[in-house]
Design a protein around this ligand. Structure first.
Ligand SMILES: NC(=O)c1ccc[n+]([C@@H]2O[C@H](COP(=O)([O-])OP(=O)(O)OC[C@H]3O[C@@H](n4cnc5c(N)ncnc54)[C@H](O)[C@@H]3O)[C@@H](O)[C@H]2O)c1
Length: 274
């Protein structure tokens, strides 16, 4: 289905990342992937030793898991979406290698107002915390798309997909506050970009609201087991699995689609319940 197509996969932290399931499904369907992960880049300034060692470990886990799950020949690059220069540098690397992509998965989120599963009340969130979360979790969809498009790296008929959840529009069993607002922005950006990029480049932009999943680093750091079980019981089909998400992303990324600007649920039907 994806023979001759190449997709950028962001957001792999390790083999349990949702993005890894998507990358595997793309490969199983004949597509190629380029994977980017968070690591120390030459554009980081004044990193503390702690931050440096976190980023180095993150990049090692990312690279090891990509090579193990997707093959040693899979291209891996550092990409920090909070640094414009890092996005620029990544684009230059694609140019040098003469690679144009047929779309990408945005699977990036960060919110420092959630610590050890405890969510800061919105009234205590600082402007900086608000902006940092917004920049990494929402604006990065614009900046990545923009850099790739302006550097002529997005093939016509490319397709972009990102991952959100129901908290973007409803206060849920586990209120996330700050990141929920960034997810609402991510979804609105999806719709606006779908219009702009559809007309400019024939590019589709969609977003999937997924079930709670504790297997990933982000999921494990933020979710409680009891909340995941609650969602599972409430959903007519039970919580959707990472494989279900990957299947739907594949559907949205495949060539010749006419679906764009959609915020779609892959959640076992949780969203229909009152
Ligand atoms: N786990 C869930 O329950 C769940 C549910 C719905 C949606 N999602 C969304 O799915 C996506 C992937 O999350 P996941 O659960 O696989 O967790 P994950 O921890 O595996 O992935 C999050 C990724 O974001 C990356 N990231 C953070 N800051 C970055 C930056 N500045 N530059 C580049 N990358 C950065 C991390 O390195 C990591 O790879 C996120 O957008 C998340 O909000 C997750």
């Amino acid at each position: 289905m994806l023979k001759g197509k190449t997709y950028l996969i962001t957001g792999i932290a390790d083999e349990h990342s949702l993005a890894m399931y998507v990358a595997k499904t793309i490969k199983e369907n004949g597509g190629q992937v380029i994977c980017t992960g968070l690591g120390v880049s030459k554009f980081h300034e004044d990193l503390s030793d702690k931050a440096k060692s976190f980023l180095n470990q993150n990049f090692k886990d990312f690279q090891d898991s990509v090579h193990q799950e997707l093959g040693e020949d899979t291209l891996t690059e550092i990409l920090d979406v909070s640094l414009d220069a890092s996005i620029d540098d990544f684009c230059k690397k694609l140019e040098t290698k003469k690679i144009k992509i047929d779309g990408f998965l945005h699977a990036i989120a960060m919110d420092k107002t959630i610590r050890n599963k405890v969510v800061k009340p919105l009234l205590d969130v600082t402007f900086k915390e608000f902006c940092d979360t917004m920049e990494v979790s929402a604006f990065s969809l614009i900046s990545l798309t923009s850099h790739l498009f302006k550097n002529n790296l997005l093939n016509a008929d490319a397709s972009i997909c990102s991952i959100s959840y129901i908290a973007a529009s409803k206060v849920t069993f586990h209120p996330y506050r700050n990141i929920s607002i960034a997810k609402a922005a991510l979804e609105r950006i999806t719709v606006e970009l779908a219009d702009e990029m559809g007309r400019k480049n024939g590019t589709r932009v969609n977003c999937i609201r997924f079930s709670p999943y504790m297997g990933s680093k982000a999921g494990n750091a933020t979710l409680n087991q009891k909340d995941v079980e609650h969602a599972h019981r409430k959903s007519p089909l039970g919580n959707a699995l990472p494989e279900d998400l990957a299947h739907e992303v594949l559907h949205l990324l495949r060539p010749n689609g006419r679906i764009t600007g959609e915020i779609r649920y892959v959640d076992g039907g949780y969203n229909i319940m009152g």
